[in-house]
Ligand binder design. Sequence first.
Ligand SMILES: [Ca+2]
Ligand SMILES: [Ca+2]
Ligand SMILES: [Ca+2]
Ligand SMILES: [Ca+2]
Length: 351
Amino acid sequence: MVNGEGDTDNASFEIEGDILKASLALDHEQQETYSIRVRSTATGTSAIEAVFSVILEDTNDAPSAIELSNLSVDENNAGDELIGELSTSDQDSGDEHIYSLTSGSGDTHNSFFAIRNTNELVLTQTVDFEANEQLELRLVSIDQGGARLESAFIIEVENLPEPAFSTESALAFDPTGIGESTTQSLSVSNSGPDGNLLITGVSVSGPFSVDINTAEITPAMSVTFNITFSPTDRGDFSGMVTFQTNVGEKTVALTGTGELVTGFEDLPDLSDQVRIFPNPATTLLTIDVSVFNGQSVDLELIGLSGYQITHKEKQSTQREIKIDVSRMRKGVYLLLLSNGTESARKKVIIK
Ligand SMILES: [Ca+2]
Ligand SMILES: [Ca+2]
Ligand SMILES: [Ca+2]
Ligand SMILES: [Ca+2]
């Protein structure tokens, strides 16, 4: 090696005997063509110098890094969710890479993932933050020359609030007298792992009512709703209590039986043979009690509107009883008649 024109890259080479060698690692991607100046000296002749261009052929370089465009996912994902796109750093321009999951350090959750469309990392199952706060996977990128690079990744699972509504599916009330009430408590709990259960409204159908309309329930806690059954008639009632919540609408079925508490439930029933008119009545209500054959008859009118109850008691030996209802509250009333050995019940509407 000699100095002179064309000696630019002399420092990168050395000569051992008649062999030209690179004196350090040369990189095609850094420099493709090198210029050296060499002198040849033979015994008895004058020296000759020449300039050579050395062209460095490209060889494959191994991938140097694998990148993933996103490293987090919400819990309770759909179960087939794109996490991010993979790319590889590689000195060889235009080199292409094939990705796959590979075993090794950090491959704990490899079975949760798949590679789709060449470079998409897909989460193939639903994840639960309360079970896995992080997912670990290990990938390999292989270039067109067969050189490979493995890399481990950690995907953060993002926590979401998950309140859960939990209570009885149905509530059955003991038989309850008309005009009376029975109350049962309904415990609603938040059975979710995190996030508050919000109850923003409660509605009730049928002859039932509820004491509170809103609640905020923290995880593992409960709130008691008092449901009251107030039958307005004899017979079976069903209804529904409906909760508006931040996890959707929830319902509980309600059932109860209304009973007449008159003290003469066991007497023969002559209801079909007692006539009342007009019904609805506005001023005068006439009750034909001739079926009792002039015996003394006890009469009771029970108001069934709401929770109020009014009694009007009267005794008569007439064949017809007339009651002035013009000043009575409008609504549905139950008329009870008994002579001590027989009884009758009629529903009366006062308008
Ligand atoms: Ca290369
Ligand atoms: Ca390469
Ligand atoms: Ca969860
Ligand atoms: Ca959660």
